[in-house]
Design a protein. Structure first.
Length: 257
């Protein structure tokens, strides 16, 4: 098959399945992986797909904006707002008074913080400045804000200093959001600066992902957490039975609200 025809076939596949791997393309076209990586690179330069390690995905499956710019935190609140509020309320009910809780950056995790602030009685560590504002007046709450490099778009703190703040911490629960979540790939992002989430996960007994269903199946370029690190996923009714089954098969408790 000539290169032009092969590229057309790749784009046709992406219309039906959102993403393809180099390995499956190699088998399908009886072509070397080196050649197929060159094809994908060429198609990416033309703006027809986006590559990730080991494959590529449809431009239409990328989250947030058509230009792939990261959305400001304020804009995220309006995306599936009702679903996020329901998820946050259900997630907050999973912890007990006196728990030591870590809250990662994100709009849904901020909503979790607002729910926790209504009850009070927790010790909370966070890099999420919006969440910390919600918790400042919470009754009987000890609030710890990690230091680090400020990211204006997410209103959160990241980097080596932020990660160092978590050294020696042993907490009960981590609440984490996602740009994208997949039953096999776990939580991924299309942006840099999220190494702190993995550090947080290593500090806790339980990781609770709070994610609305629009993020399902999206796979970013950078790994945030392996699926094996996620204990519970709180998600809205937009999750399909198949996605739910796949998460559960990988040991994730799925709570649908």
């Amino acid at each position: 098959m000539n290169p032009l025809k092969r590229k057309e076939k790749i784009l046709e596949l992406l219309k039906t399945k959102d993403q393809v791997s180099v390995k499956e393309l190699s088998v399908l076209f009886s072509t070397s992986e080196v050649t197929l990586r060159t094809d994908l690179k060429s198609l990416e330069k033309q703006g027809k797909l986006k590559r990730f390690f080991g494959g590529a995905q449809s431009i239409n499956s990328l989250p947030l904006t058509q230009s792939h710019d990261e959305v400001q935190l304020e804009q995220r609140y309006d995306m599936n707002k009702d679903c996020k509020e329901g998820i946050a309320k259900a997630a907050a009910a999973l912890v007990s008074k006196g728990n030591l809780i870590i809250i990662d950056s994100g709009s849904t995790t901020h909503l979790v913080a607002e729910n926790l602030a209504q009850e009070g009685g927790y010790t909370i560590i966070t890099n999420n400045l919006a969440a910390s504002t919600a918790l400042m007046e919470a009754v009987d709450t000890t609030l710890v804000i990690v230091g680090g490099t400020y990211r204006v778009k997410t209103k959160s703190l990241h980097g080596h200093q932020a990660e160092q703040c978590l050294a020696g911490v042993h907490a009960d629960v981590l609440f984490v959001g996602a740009d994208g979540i997949d039953p096999e790939k776990g939580i991924t992002t299309f942006n840099e600066g999220f190494a702190i989430t993995d550090v947080m996960a290593k500090c806790v007994q339980k990781v609770i992902a709070v994610v609305d269903s629009s993020k399902l199946g999206r796979i970013g370029f950078n790994k945030v957490l392996d699926v094996s690190s996620i204990d519970t996923l709180v998600i809205d009714r937009g999750i399909s039975a198949e996605f739910k089954r796949r998460f559960e098969a990988n040991g994730v408790e799925v709570i649908v609200v």
